[in-house]
Design a protein around this ligand. Structure first.
Ligand code: AMP
Ligand code: ZN
Length: 494
């Protein structure tokens, strides 16, 4: 597909604090890296908002015709809360709690993460690397940083030397707009401080205490990598020393992304990322969603209704619609009322799309499809403004209603263009349930099996046992078992 509009997409870049025209490093190709989840427990709905925002960015770039290499990692080791103290290691804590091997914890929550993303209709990234699969690359980066004078070993751990970095004229704090004196004042006295030259220095490698079960050999003894380094190692390996887009939630701006900028510049003498994108937080009933405060809901609980916050269950597409109604850089609050309103809006949109196929073309157009289509692209090109796009899609809903009443008309070409555009934005770009989403498929399978059960009942009532047995046996061959009980026939997947 050819690019719809070259050089008209603008993206807000955290680094400059401005909306900038998006120009990829390699014409037609984009490298995008998004920090993935730390898989020591289930992702909450707030995490899903961030991943969904980048899914929308990815979908729009694909829609524009770009070839995108989209890397989203899995953090399965080395997520230091502050200091590398074993009691603060989330994996180690969870391993003890669940009496599992660390890699069992990782596997369990990675599987859960993928399942959630499938239900919420997120496209998989093109590469999904893990931190533990890139220990060698991380060690090599550390060696390079030591060699170039940006890092030092201390007691089996290695730290990045922030002061040395600044002395060389580089600017630690440029992404999050902090200055080093301020950082100095705000750094708490933590375990490991006595190993550091300065409190702002951050760990690239931590010496593992005997209690630390996730450990690897290194030139500095057994230990484990620092969290910030894994993203630099994986983004450099798959996207190069400099790439187009790096994303994550706002809370990762500092220290995580600030440290990534420093590591990249120190290693490769080049700023690693052209456009830094940060998404805003999801709040629930006014409070930020977070595991630690208990103000959270699991993504599946909203879909199956198993929670105390919402009065009913909601389709994942309705949740997606609700998220897309807010701009990715704005805080979004979800509440029962917000979800009910989103459900109404979503149903109205989907209903209008269903009507489209029954509208007849005319010999003249009395609506300006080109102008409407242009407003849709303008909204998305203005820093991915999905709320404005949705307002335009509702203008499209109004068109559908007018067309149905024959108050306005469209030629066959305009009607096709209108129909294709509205469907492309709703299904491909916003990712709202399409015919092929897993949730939609499940509903269809359930409907089909129920229909076959009814046909089998009719066959049995007519004493056509050959037919009723055929239905039962062939469903079983497909992995669907029928069970006859006194309340009728139920089915299960075997
Ligand atoms: P974590 O697994 O903690 O590294 O988080 C995964 C992603 O979710 C990161 O990009 C976080 O910034 C993001 N995140 C965490 N809490 C929220 C929230 N309440 N709303 C939106 N994004 C969040
Ligand atoms: Zn990261």
């Amino acid at each position: 597909m050819q690019l719809y509009t070259t050089n008209s997409l603008k993206i807000y870049n955290t680094l400059s604090g401005e909306k900038e025209v998006f120009v990829p490093l390699n014409d037609g190709n984009i490298g995008m890296y998004v920090c993935g989840p730390t898989v020591y427990s289930n992702v909450h709905l707030g995490n899903v908002r961030t991943f969904m925002s980048f899914d929308m960015v990815y979908r729009y770039l694909l829609h524009l015709g770009y070839k995108v290499r989209y890397v989203r990692n899995i953090t399965d080791a080395g997520h230091l809360t502050d200091d590398g103290n074993v009691d603060n290691d989330r994996f180690v804590k969870q391993t003890r709690l669940e009496k599992l091997e660390p890699m069992e914890v990782v596997q369990k929550y990675t599987v859960d993460f993928h399942r959630v993303l499938e239900v919420y209709n997120l496209l998989p990234p093109t590469i999904e690397p893990t931190a533990t699969g890139h220990i060698i690359e991380q060690i090599e980066l550390i060696e390079k940083l030591i060699e170039k004078g940006f890092a030092y070993e201390s007691n089996g751990s290695v730290y990045f030397d922030v002061f040395e970095y600044n002395k060389k004229g580089l600017n630690y704090g440029e992404l999050s707009n902090r200055n080093i004196e301020e950082l100095f004042a705000n750094t708490r006295d933590l375990d490991g401080q006595n190993e550091k030259k300065n409190p702002q220095d951050f760990a690239l490698w931590k010496n593992a205490s005997p209690a630390h079960i996730m450990r690897w050999n290194s030139p500095w003894g057994e230990g484990f990598p620092g969290w910030h380094l894994e993203c630099t190692a994986m983004s450099t390996k798959y996207l190069g020393e400099r790439f187009d887009i790096h994303g994550g939630g706002m809370d990762l701006k500092f220290p995580h992304h600030e440290c990534e900028v420093a590591q990249g510049k120190a290693c490769n003498d080049i700023t690693p990322v052209n456009y830094w994108m940060h998404t805003n937080m999801l709040t629930m009933n006014g409070l930020r969603m977070s595991k630690s405060t208990g103000n959270y809901i699991l993504p599946m609980q909203l879909v199956n209704g198993d929670n105390d916050f919402f009065e009913k269950k909601f389709q994942s597409s309705v949740v997606r619609f609700c998220f897309m109604q807010a701009h990715y850089r704005s805080v979004l609050d979800i509440s029962n009322e917000a979800m009910i309103a989103a459900e109404k809006g979503y149903n109205r949109l989907v209903e209008a799309i269903k009507q489209l196929d029954s509208i007849k073309a005319s010999t003249i157009s009395t609506l300006n499809v080109a102008a409407w289509k242009n407003s849709c692209y303008e909204a998305m090109n203005d820093d991915l403004n999905t709320p404005i796009l949705i307002a335009n899609l509702f203008e499209g809903v109004r068109f559908v209603n007018l067309l149905k009443e024959n108050s306005v008309t469209l030629t066959a070409t305009d009607l096709e263009d209108f129909s294709k555009t509205i469907k492309a934005f709703v299904f491909d770009v916003l990712g709202l349930a399409s015919e092929t989403s897993s949730e939609g498929n499940l509903e269809k399978v359930t409907g089909l099996v129920e229909l076959l059960i009814e046909m089998r009942n009719t066959a049995r009532a007519n004493k056509d046992f050959a037919m009723s047995d055929q239905i039962r046996d062939q469903l079983l061959a497909l992995g669907i078992q029928l069970k006859d009980g006194k309340d009728g026939t139920e089915f299960s997947m075997v």
